[in-house]
Write a protein of this length. Sequence first.
Length: 401
Amino acid sequence: MISVEEARARILAALTATPSETVPLPAGWGRVLALPILARLTQPPADVSAMDGYAVRAADVTEGARLAVIGTAPAGHPFAGEVGAGQAVRIFTGGIVPFGADAILLQEDAEATASTVLVKEAARPGRWIRRRGLDFAEGEEVLSAGRRLTARDIGLAAAANTPWLAVHRAPRIGILATGDEIALPGDPIPRGGIVSSNAHALAALVRAGGGDPLILPIAPDDSQAIAEAARAARACDMLVTTGGASVGDHDLVQSALGPEGFALDFWKIAMRPGKPLIWGRLGATPVLGLPGNPVSALVCSVLFLIPALDRLSGLPGAPPRTIRALAGADLPENDRRFDHLRATLQPGPEGIPLAIPFPLQDSSMMKTLARAEALILRAPGAPALQTGAPVEVIPLGDLGL
Ligand SMILES: Nc1nc2c(c(=O)[nH]1)N[C@H]1C(S)=C(S)[C@@H](COP(=O)(O)OP(=O)(O)OC[C@H]3O[C@@H](n4cnc5c(N)ncnc54)[C@H](O)[C@@H]3O)O[C@H]1N2
Ligand code: MOO
């Protein structure tokens, strides 16, 4: 058995980013930039007003002064002339500050007549003027390659006049559930069978991680069928299987893929739940063989599949973020497998959350997985802890799961 850290390192080391493709701006959300975005213009393009009011010479704007209004400068319609001594130009937010003016008099600080304006409050030079290039300058790198694009980044790219983005293709992930006993939701369930929850949970998780899931038909516990289904996934950036990872006579993933050219890197991690995880390669396609128990499959996905998706998407791939919490119950000494306890979070003392583990941690229990808000981390050999002791937890809400 290898450690969680080593397993993640080996998975990440075997993966490279998908090639880049060019997409229109709205399709770039959540993708990772393959090329930096350089501003194609300066923003703002000139000195502009930040307020509705009057473009003035600050020296003229003393309380009680009256200025002649000689024109208007709405946004998009610059005033062609120059503001001279004792003069003002009616201006609106975003309007270009006319030549000669060095401040904006707020309209709330002025009283207008048909052709003049009375100053009610003095102005300072530069007041309410957004300088040319305040936001960014032409040629400046506004977004770096390797960044996962947020809605705000899309806005910035648009402002920089970039209609297209070079982003890494969303990794295509084949999902293969195996087992004689499982049926897709809504299909007839064989005697003694169960519904396959893993494929759909994994597809949703792949989406949350920026990937493009492809749910393959369920393969029965039959080497031929598993091999055939896996062949269909060769065009994917990664194949994820669930079930058949353990040591039982019907746990066939490794033996079925062997004749197809499967090269195993490692099998079995010192962790709970999820010990019998398989990692290897089928030709060029990396294969992550998750255990069949639904909680094991999902916990392994948090620890390994999400970082793998990050790596395929163009990011380095990192362990899930952890936060400090306080044990919400006494915790026994841990054995040599890294444990991940499903827990709820409650507000605790001094803003530190209380992580309350579910009393039953069986790896088949979906309800507690769905209700869990965090996984309490228990390192191999961790000593017993009393309620209130500090613990590290992975908050699940962060991951969009
Ligand atoms: N003698 C041993 N038995 C087991 C060991 C072991 O070390 N020695 N490990 C246990 C652990 S830990 C795990 S985890 C499981 C993993 O088993 P497999 O990956 O081979 O999974 P299966 O046996 O196919 O199924 C396990 C369990 O999960 C259910 N399942 C399977 N697929 C799905 C699905 N798509 N959706 C929902 N549930 C699914 C399946 O019905 C089984 O109940 O092995 C232990 N055994
Ligand atoms: O590794 Mo298993 O996931 O404990 O049930």
